[in-house]
Design a protein around this ligand. Structure first.
Ligand code: SF4
Length: 307
């Protein structure tokens, strides 16, 4: 491969194939309920990131059993990571969180947990518990960083700045916990040069894994209203090829030690306003691979040259 994949990262930690299983444990979000902000991030409609097998009406264990059934017939030897994905999965009293994480880890064939959250939502007592857990099992926290620019973070109403992400990621790594990060490419006000200038900052964060997403305008969000009013404010990547060029430019400057989990998001068609490339994630991944080969590039190949 021309870049470091999630499977390569997992193969450093597991002898067998592992699959993340998403859970909706019924959390909310401090950027929606007024604790940090109201209305949430302007692009967010949480319906877009919940697979069909997740329902907060079922227990964590029930959701995981259903998720396992989804994959087990194809790959009986597969093992699983419980992925607390929806909303802010560290936003509840610590004792309740620990009970849910323990419930997940108690399900047969679970070999670890992955917890998606915001950088401003990692209380010290929870970090301490996760650090102790990480000594005996696989623990990863995925932080939504989204942008390295405070002006962008303000514009999209994230409710935290980049320094907060830097601090929390450092603390998490120092606690011996694996760190994933999530960034959105193409946020309003960010040029190609801005995005390229953020890659060294991502390298400095040195997460274990990185998820990149193209900005998608989704129904029912504040951003959808902004887009309807001023579409020219948004430099959306109107074709998959344009976005592929950007992704390859990023990969060429990304430290090879950072595994790239994904390049795109795919919101349900019924919710997606733009851009709609009609392309599946794996098709886009193949496009990136072809373009990297055409360029004769590998992840990080332009770091030393300083280009
Ligand atoms: S993206 Fe995450 S932090 Fe932002 S509003 Fe949605 S759930 Fe909350």
């Amino acid at each position: 491969m021309t870049y470091t994949t999630l499977s390569q990262f997992f193969s450093r930690h597991f002898a067998m194939k592992v699959q993340k299983l998403s859970i909706n444990a019924g959390f909310t979000c401090p950027n929606r309920d007024g604790t940090v902000g109201r209305g949430g991030c302007t692009y967010c409609n949480n319906q877009t990131f919940n697979p069909d097998y997740c329902s907060p009406h079922e227990s964590v264990a029930e959701q995981l059993e259903r998720g396992k059934a989804f994959f087990a017939h194809k790959y009986p030897a597969m093992r699983y990571l419980a992925y607390f994905q929806a909303y802010t999965s560290t936003y509840a009293p610590t004792s309740h969180l620990i009970a849910l994480y323990e419930e997940a880890l108690g399900v047969k064939d679970m070999v670890g947990i992955v917890i998606g959250t915001r950088p401003d939502c990692m209380p010290p007592e929870l970090l301490e518990w996760l650090a102790a857990k990480a000594k005996t099992t696989f623990v990863m926290v995925e932080y939504g960083v989204e942008s390295c620019y405070n002006r962008t973070l303000q514009r999209i109403n994230r409710g935290h700045d980049f320094a907060c992400a830097e601090r929390t990621i450092q603390l998490t790594k120092a606690a011996g916990i694996h760190v994933g990060t999530h960034f959105i490419l193409g946020l309003p006000g960010e040029s190609h040069a801005d995005i390229m200038a953020s890659v060294p900052l991502i390298n400095r964060l040195a997460p274990d894994t990185l998820k990149l997403h193209q900005l998608q305008i989704v129904r029912g969000t504040r951003m959808a209203e902004e887009y309807a009013e001023k579409p020219h404010d948004f430099g959306l990547y109107s074709t998959a090829d344009d976005y592929c060029q950007l992704v390859c430019d990023v990969l060429e400057r990304l430290a090879p030690g950072i595994a790239v989990e994904r390049f795109t998001s795919s919101s349900p068609k019924s919710l997606l306003i733009a851009p709609d490339w009609g392309m599946k994630n794996h098709e886009f991944t193949a496009l990136v691979q072809r373009e990297m080969l055409r360029r004769g590039s590998k992840q990080g190949c332009k770091i030393e040259a300083g280009r």
